[in-house]
Design a protein around this ligand. Structure first.
Ligand code: GDP
Ligand code: MG
Length: 277
């Protein structure tokens, strides 16, 4: 059986990017499905998605929320949708082409073939792989990553990265209702919980390119939330018990390491594996 892969893409005012991104994902050789979580963008993002749905009724899904409610809650709603429909691998991705669609395959390979539970598209594995961000923003992001590692002890270089692939067992284990943050802090909190629960994590080296179209929605408030949120999260974690991955989920993990009839994908993904080595 071929795995079911769902890419969750939160959107707010992404009409200039969304159509091209959907096409780029559907051109890949893995049969990815896409869920757009749109927060009532006034620029017609959801309308564009609806038109695309006529072409891809089986593969393209749309969740419309009444107003801008933040990246964190958009992903949580998306995760719940993915678990309800029992997708095997669930991805986080931005709508603005900062994350290269081709790298989705590399994230898949890390989880499916190498057996990791979470693969992170990481900018800081080998130096700094960021294109076109102003130096101030690179420094801020890089220093934030060092700060998070120092406070939490988490063995991840790019702690704020938002390009990821989770095996469903991770999302089943983490208490989604207990997540508290909205922006970068949400990304840190997800990685922290995944690590604390004992899941296997891999950072896949990717290049992050600043958006060419549309504008960034990240604000200094969201950045501050991350700085203070990390301290709060660390203190809370001292009083919290983390669930180890469920036994039933362990067997899911074993299944995925040698699924009988996906030889084709084996061949295709091997090429990517070699390319990334
Ligand atoms: N649904 C939803 N999407 C959002 C919200 N804020 C940002 N996004 C989306 O989250 C992704 C990352 O945001 P972006 O502005 O590119 O942040 P940056 O790359 O850190 O500058 C993009 O796809 C945005 O459209 C929000 O409040 N709701
Ligand atoms: Mg962006």
């Amino acid at each position: 059986m071929i795995d079911r892969n769902l890419i969750i893409i939160p959107t707010y005012q992404e009409s200039e990017n969304i159509s091209d991104l959907i096409e780029a994902i559907f051109r890949l050789e893995l049969p990815f499905e896409v869920l757009i979580v749109d927060d009532n963008s006034s620029d017609g993002t959801a309308q564009i998605v609806k038109i695309k749905q006529e072409i891809y009724p089986e593969r393209l899904h749309l969740m419309q929320r009444p107003k801008k409610m933040g990246l964190g809650t958009a992903y949580i709603d998306g995760f719940k949708y993915a678990l309800e429909k029992d997708y095997d691998y669930i991805y986080e991705m931005d709508a603005d082409f900062s994350h290269d669609p081709e790298d989705l395959i590399r994230l898949y390979v890390a989880c499916k073939k190498e057996g990791y539970d979470l693969a992170i598209g990481s900018r800081y594995v080998k130096g700094v792989n960021v294109v076109n961000w102003p130096m101030g923003r690179i420094l801020m992001s890089y220093c934030a990553s060092i700060y998070v590692r120092l406070i939490t002890g988490i063995p991840i270089f790019d702690t704020t990265a938002g390009f990821k692939c989770y095996h469903k067992s991770v999302l089943k284990t983490i208490d989604l209702e207990a997540l508290r943050f909205l922006g970068y802090a949400f990304q840190i909190e997800m990685k922290f919980n995944t690590w604390k629960c004992g899941f296997k994590i891999k950072e896949v080296d990717v290049v992050f390119t600043d958006r060419r179209k549309g504008t960034s929605k990240m604000s200094s408030g969201i950045f501050k939330e991350a700085i203070f949120g990390v301290l709060e999260m660390k203190i809370r974690s001292l009083f919290k018990k983390y669930e180890p991955p469920y036994l039933s989920i362990e067997s899911d993990s074993l299944d995925r390491l040698d699924t009988a009839d996906d030889t084709n994908w084996n061949k295709k993904t091997q090429t990517y594996q070699q390319a990334s080595e």
